[in-house]
Design a binder for this molecule. Sequence first.
Ligand code: PEP
Ligand code: MG
Length: 993
Amino acid sequence: MAKKVTAKTRAKPAAKKPAPKKVSAVGSAPAAKKVAKAKLAIKKPAPRKSAPQAKAVVKKPAAKAAGKPVAKASAKSIAKAAPKGAAKAHSTAKAPAKPRQPRWVYSFGDGKAEGSAGMRNLLGGKGANLAEMSNLGLPVPPGFTISTDLCTYYYANSQTYPSSLKEQVERALEKVEASVGAEFGDSDNPLLVSVRSGARASMPGMMDTVLNLGLNDMTVEGLAKQSGDARFAYDSYRRFIQMYSDVVLGVDHDHFEELLEIHKEDRGVHLDTDLDASDWKSLVTAFKAKVQEKLGRPFPQDPNEQLWGAIAAVFGSWMNDRAITYRTIHGIPADWGTAVNVQAMVFGNMGDTSATGVAFTRNPSTGEKLFYGEYLVNAQGEDVVAGIRTPQHITIAEKKQTGSKLPAMEESMPKTFAELTRIYKRLEAHYRDMQDIEFTVQRGKLWMLQTRSGKRTAKAAIRIAVDMVREGLIKKAEAISRIEPSSLDQLLHPTPDPKASKTVIARGLAASPGAASGKVVFDASEAQADAARGEAVILVRIETSPEDIHGMHAAKGILTARGGTTSHAAVVARGMGRPCVSGAGALRIDYRAQQMSIGSQIVRKGDIITIDGSTGEVILGTVPTIEPEMSGEFGTLMQWADEIRRLKVRTNAETPLDAETARKFGAEGIGLCRTEHMFFEASRIAAVREMILASDKAGREKALAKILPMQRQDFVELFRIMAGLPVTIRFLDPPLHEFLPKTEADFQAVAQATGVDVATLRHRERQLEESNPMLGHRGCRLGITFPEIYAMQARAVFEAATAVARETGKPVTPEIMIPLVATRREFDLMKAVVDETAKAVAAETNKKVAYLVGTMIELPRAALRAGDIAQAAEFFSFGTNDLTQTTLGISRDDAASFLDHYVAQGIFATDPFASLDREGVGELMQIAKERGRKVRPSLKLGICGEHGGDPASVSFCEEIGLDYVSCSPYRVPIARLAAAQAAISTKRAPSEA
Ligand code: PEP
Ligand code: MG
């Protein structure tokens, strides 16, 4: 096994709603009938089982958390915990006697807002955009946002609130009441609210939400009267009890589902819609009894207690397991915190003139400029996202495309559709980006509940960005900056060969592109465990939920039987870049039997399937694949990136296939040809072993003579493919014992070829054994001890260059690179071998080859002594795999066992072998660059460690002024785009971009 040819070093590419001004008639509630409006006593809810902070919550009795803590939380602690704005408000207050309290709450609605889209960090994405939509005069149910600062405060102060919060919430709630014309807790005309999370970065489904809050035994009657629909009112109440109990009180959702199922059975009905008001009423009673049974206390009737419970639950959910997992996967810092949005409810489930939906202003899978979305009549927003009912299309075009029989919103609600169209166009133009919107129609009136930049596939992202440049909405530089370079990975991988025969067993929605093959696994944790053992798995679920996130991340692909293209599975898979087929309705998944059937076809756990997330096909077995095309919008965007970037992008390649692939992806030369990889081929390994085991120079030279023609041919092919582009050939690097015979048969073969007996060979093998080969006899140390090896390699290079130059008529200028140099003397000795060989070959062939000799900088000493080394070396290439290993003193082959812990504990922000440690390794690079260029201003500088394909590291290379980055072939487009983005952000891009 080659030393560091580990995975690391060879990472090839390899919803809603508030009551409009009136669910209740304006001002109809006589004061006497009102439920005494309890003072906003902030009560902490009972702990939620899954939230790790639950324990701490238990320790803090309600009163302490709310009312009293005020006094306890010192101004200092507020200023410390609260973000700058708040701290500033504190310190700049003019009247020191009564310092101005930091602001925690921001209202919106009625065509105005105290926030705006620019306040995302403070208000979270949802809160900032609700404010922005309000400012735009769009129909947004009124509400308020409790800022992310409060979340920070909450966690910095043992999960307590600052004193000023209560009053600020009270005031904001009054504004909502005034706007809606209803009162929170009023038995005749109740205001109901939703309580939702909203972080800076979207974390779909990861945190908690409570809808229909404010309902109790009295307000439900008011809601029934105001809506004229007792069934609706009691259905809303039971939904509220169920959701609140699950999210806030920790009483599992399933208890209520079970009661509902039993009730339906008793009544002899199948559907929820077959139940009437009295059914829901008796279920409400049963639900409340269940809460009493589980908690030993009644379901809270006080709306204020409900509200504070929900607020605490949402803040608490920032630290739940799935949110933590999501943040880890997406690199979202824990200290960002979430905001809480409290908003008047509007109802999409008030009969057939009501609906709820989600839409994208352009197709999120393909990027096509077509309004695209789904809605459900008489439903709550969650029903769409959860994939429980099959949603209908919004536009007729979309309906036709899919052959759906259900009426599109454009047909069934033409006026509302027209208004929605006006609004989505306005939002897209305003934000200059594709929007993902959520809306509710309550009795014919449209309400906007959310807008945000829509998650999209890499393919769609590119098409949208390129189209928007053409539409004049954005500039080229912005289009380039909008594409996450690593997301290109989705486009760079093979897709099923359309000519290959395949057994399609089912079809679903093309929810996230790309093809993936693997064994079927029905459980997320099992998927994670199998993947950890290196197995490729396809996670198959009826539908996914946020609890499955770890398995989805570990799986190669995701297949679901239920759910649309906006279902959890689809949205999350797209975000992660995993291929996904969702809503394959023909699948009958039986978790107990660990199998799925499609008609008579049974697929069991462990069977191999392929899913094609670009077509929606589910295929039995593995399918041959073809390489992707670099054309269309992708080609356009890459061309723009090439116009803007300064850094050149080369590839790490040693085989003709890799070199060709890399060129197709736009590589501008080879930055690292690891010659040792060429030695492993079956046809050569015998001669290589012979060379290593030779006891003297003559023996080695005899074996090397056998290797020379093969090595020369390797270089001929690479020079041909690269057609005049630079090719950096790195001479033999790994410890020799890696090539040694391993099995008895290997030894026998060498013994036969060399005439040396096995015992002598074994003795020599033991001599070569090292206890720490990574720091042993490798790199230029091999060239120092056995110069004939490097001489053979130099000869192969020069003879090949001469041959190809003759053949093509164009000069070939090889760049010869000496590995693991620590001292100038080492380099000088090796350069002398190269120069002598060049002279000899020139004399023999009568042709001089121009060439460069340079070194890798992969040891701290080499970086520090760069001034010395650069006097002789014509280029440096940073070997950041070894430089990271030797700077940190962490073995690149063994780090995996503890690196996760280091990252989890914040010692490293990320794996330093994947993304450059700027502070340590980066500083050494900076030093090497400065010292090297000081003595040789023309010194060519590149990077060829794995970091050369990592966007953040590419950015660093731009910042310090390297000439090129070199990476594995499939990462070349990623590096091209990252280099362009780096040029834009360091302002090295041409100004017209
Ligand atoms: C390096 O060390 O960064 C490098 C490119 O060389 P190798 O991975 O072959 O040691
Ligand atoms: Mg190295």
